[in-house]
Design a protein. Structure first.
Length: 147
């Protein structure tokens, strides 16, 4: 079982905080889930639309603050879930040792998760739906249960 999971996107204010929160809600006790961004908007809160959509699901991400992806985060993570294949390639290029532990969140759906930043509420909602599908698929694979 993976005990340290890192979720990565670009700014760490939309996709990865939502995925982090959903994974945390499904993870067994003792599993740590974190998020960071390749080009993080450091210390910025989650996007208001992300906060609103997560609150509608009973999950509070108002305390989230964006973090820059750092080499030690990559080293410490046992599984790294990214939103797009480009993120996967980036992490593998800066940390070749991470190659086997970096996967897309939508891997089991054969789907990338598009960036909703500065897009419509409808686009945000459809992005969150894809994130939920990816989280559910990973949860089933990792923890052998359906969520």
């Amino acid at each position: 079982m993976f005990n340290n999971i890192l979720v990565v996107c670009i700014g760490n204010i939309c996709r990865s905080p939502m995925a982090e929160a959903l994974l945390k809600a499904r993870a067994p006790s003792g599993v740590q889930v974190h998020s960071a961004g390749i080009g993080a908007l450091v210390n910025k809160p989650a996007d208001p639309l992300a906060v609103q959509l997560m609150q509608a699901r009973g999950i509070d991400i108002t305390g989230h603050r964006a973090r820059q992806l750092m080499p030690e985060m990559v080293d410490q993570a046992e599984l790294i879930l990214v939103m797009e294949e480009g993120h996967q390639r980036y992490i593998r290029s800066v940390s070749p040792a991470a190659c086997g532990k970096v996967h897309t969140l939508g891997k089991w759906l054969e789907q990338e998760i598009p960036d909703p930043y500065k897009k419509s509420p409808e686009f945000f909602a459809s992005t969150l739906a894809l994130i939920e599908q990816g989280v559910n698929a990973w949860s089933e694979k990792l923890w052998k249960r359906k969520n």
